[in-house]
Design a protein around this ligand. Structure first.
Ligand SMILES: [Zn+2]
Ligand SMILES: [Zn+2]
Length: 390
């Protein structure tokens, strides 16, 4: 596979960096050690380094020539709040924290591209290497944009990639338009009238009402939304009660909602609110649904998605590129960057997802064999986007 041959020379160092980050995971907005490592490497490679956007964000900049064109390449640095169950030497040293989404790989691949581009400087214009904190629910990408990322570092286009188990090493996938879903959260609070569990007729039971609400919510995706328009409503928890023989007064249900289209998102919020209140009223109780919008959908811009696929094909071969992959119901805060600047996000194959090795699994590990592919992809994106004008 024609990955950039120079990259092979420092693959050992990159693997070491990747495993070091894996062993020292940091949760959203606390990426101090990771940020230090990134800043130190960027300086070593000869980049200008800016720190402090969204607390722990780091931006490295390389300039060459007088061209005003600029490209942004983005990686995320944070881990997940979960216990790692791997036993290899580079497993997490932090209890309850783990790089289970491969962001250690993203950060390393972008550092590798910074190293290559600073050595070769085969471009005209500016490359901004954007290392963002807190992708996993903290909206670090949103905060960077709000704090002036693209005013301080103007970009004509911005690109990112995410590792994906189930896609072979050396393959990549993308699609124009919706790539990942909008990701929202909800809290349903049922207020009923509890009492002795042996005398349920003297009150209203929040569990029976909650069970009805959970089932009724699924009719929104099945009966209110166009079947070809993908949506998900998933319950993440139901909390209530404390004794075998007591019916409690209240029940708290929470979960996530995923969608792609703005009008569908509006309909989901409206129907969830109606069904919650209506079902509770039907059984003589009351309930509210607090629907909170999270990340918007990640929408790839058509021209930039084609450009990214062309660059990926140059590295991996056209037959290894899926240019029309199915959208994922996962969410991404790279979406906030794509709302401001044209660009695209690409999947990079992490190899087979067998043996529980899926994203957010306690045995997940970024596959170091993907490093040369990702470094080459980021580097060539910059070289092709900023190709010297004849
Ligand atoms: Zn994740
Ligand atoms: Zn992720």
């Amino acid at each position: 596979m024609p990955i950039i041959s120079d990259v092979r020379e420092y693959l050992d160092e990159l693997t070491e960096i990747r495993r070091d980050i894996h062993a020292h995971p940091e949760i959203g907005f606390t990426e101090e050690r990771t940020g230090d490592l990134v800043a130190q490497k960027l300086k070593e490679y000869g980049c200008e380094v800016h720190r402090g956007l969204a607390k722990t964000g780091v931006v490295g900049t390389l300039r060459k020539g007088n061209s005003l064109r600029a490209i942004g390449l983005r990686a995320d640095m944070d881990c997940l709040p979960m216990q790692e169950h791997n036993e290899f030497a580079h497993r997490s040293t932090q209890d309850g924290l783990m790089h289970a989404c491969g962001h250690d790989g993203h950060t390393t691949m972008l550092l590798g591209a910074a190293r290559y581009l600073s050595q070769t400087r085969n471009f005209e214009g500016t490359v901004h290497f954007i290392f963002q904190p807190g992708e996993e629910g903290y909206g670090g990408g949103r905060v960077m944009v709000q704090e002036g990322l693209f005013e301080k570092f103007p970009c004509d286009a911005v690109f990112a990639m995410h590792n994906k188990p189930g896609i072979p090493i050396g393959s990549m996938a993308i699609r124009p338009g919706p790539m990942l879903a909008a990701s929202d959260r909800f809290d349903i609070r049922i207020k009923a009238k509890g009492g002795h569990a042996a005398h349920p007729h003297l009150g209203t039971d929040p569990f029976v009402i909650g069970a009805q609400i959970v089932m009724a919510l699924q009719t929104i995706t099945a009966r209110n939304i166009d079947p070809v328009d993908s949506t998900v409503i998933s319950i993440g928890f139901m909390k209530g009660g404390s004794a075998y023989n007591v019916i409690p007064d209240d029940l708290h249900i929470g979960g996530t909602v995923r969608s792609f289209r703005p009008e569908t998102r509006d309909l989901l919020e409206q129907r969830m609110t109606e069904i919650t209140a209506g079902t509770a009223a039907l059984f003589g109780a009351s309930a509210t649904c607090d629907y909170r919008r999270g990340y918007p959908p990640t929408i790839n811009h058509a021209d930039e998605a084609t450009f990214a696929a062309d660059v990926a094909a140059e590295i991996c071969g056209e037959e290894q590129i899926d240019r029309n992959v199915a959208p994922s119901l996962g969410g991404e805060d790279f979406s906030y960057m794509l709302q401001r600047v044209p660009g695209a996000m690409m999947w990079i194959g992490n190899g087979p997802g067998e043996g529980g090795c899926l994203l957010h699994n306690s045995r997940y590990d970024f596959n170091d064999s993907a490093l040369p592919v990702g470094v080459s992809f980021f580097a060539r994106l910059a070289e092709r986007f900023l190709a010297p004008q004849e």
